[in-house]
Design a protein around this ligand. Structure first.
Ligand code: AMP
Length: 291
């Protein structure tokens, strides 16, 4: 595995991309790698990627001043060892100055529907910051495909919109959520959880799963099922629920009683103590009286 820390190092290592004979994949991460990140490498291989680039960059523009940028887990040596074992080809681990030079002055504003609501309600800066760093990383590495986890489902759709809007020549591939044996979705932020918080955390997923089953054959209004799920999460010991919403999987439009049969996602964000966890569950919406 080669390691590049600057753009010029990256460009001297990359296979001549203008020939584009080798299928190249990018996996963009913020490090503190876990099995969820490593599963994206397997997805890249399943997509026949021959050359796999992973980037590690904790991107300041997607954090608000009151968020955890300074404390975000950084464990470079451990990450390097994990990526060596995963046998990737190139690790790109740029410094902050390398990505955002002192005279940097460009922003991206995501106006599309998929970037509104859900996580954007409490993190309005977030998807613009993600769009900026993903655009830069894609332009710097010019991969054929880039893999993003369904764990961050709204982010995945925002990135698909971004590359379509800006004609960035890359295929965005989604990859399934990897969970702990007790159901908790793997996340670098799980490190923040105390032992008692860690014991409570899996109830986000178990509650979403139960609500999703009810929504597949609904006997109550959607709002009632969702409200009961919120109460259950709070009763489990979560401090607050940012949102639980049922959306169409394809475009994130809200699913209502009249929505025709479609693939849907039940998406949620909730706080345990100071830690914000997100998760989502796929389901088939069949409407009322169709079960
Ligand atoms: P992050 O380092 O949190 O920015 O995540 C980097 C990539 O890994 C994103 O595409 C995430 O969606 C993906 N990812 C993070 N956790 C998981 C997980 N538990 N399962 C699948 N993908 C994940």
């Amino acid at each position: 595995m080669q390691i590049a820390r600057t753009l010029s190092e990256l460009q001297s290592i990359l296979p001549p991309w203008h020939q584009r004979k080798t299928k190249t994949a990018l996996i963009a991460t913020m490090g503190a790698l876990h099995a969820g990140h490593l599963s994206l490498i397997h997805t890249a291989r399943k997509q026949q990627a021959e050359y796999i680039i992973t980037s590690i960059f904790v991107n300041p523009t997607q954090f608000a001043p009151n968020e955890d940028f300074a404390n975000y887990p950084r464990q470079e040596q451990q990450d390097i060892t994990a990526l060596q074992s995963a046998n990737i080809d190139l690790l790109y681990i740029p410094t902050q100055n390398e990505i955002y030079s002192p005279d940097f002055g460009t922003a991206i504003k995501m106006h599309s529907y998929v970037a509104q609501g859900l996580c954007a309600t409490t993190r309005p800066h977030f998807f613009d910051g993600v769009a900026l760093i993903v655009t830069k990383l894609l332009l710097q590495t010019m991969p054929h495909i880039a893999i993003f986890g369904e764990k961050d489902y709204q982010q995945l759709l925002v990135i698909k919109r971004l590359v379509a809007d800006l004609d960035i020549p890359v295929k965005i591939v989604g990859s399934p959520i990897i969970r702990e044996p007790d159901g908790l979705a793997l996340s670098s932020r799980n490190q923040y959880l105390s032992t008692s918080e860690r014991n409570i955390a899996p109830q986000l997923y178990s509650t979403l799963k139960q609500a999703a089953r009810q929504l597949e054959a609904p006997k109550q209004p959607i709002e009632q099922i969702i409200n009961a799920a919120k109460q259950k999460i709070l009763a489990a010991g979560f401090g607050s629920v940012d949102y639980i919403e049922l959306r169409k999987a394809h475009d994130l439009y809200p699913v209502t009683a009249d929505t025709p049969s479609c693939s849907a996602r039940l998406l949620a964000a909730a706080y345990i103590g100071k830690t914000r966890l997100i998760d989502n569950v796929a389901l088939k919406w069949k409407g009322y009286n169709n079960g």
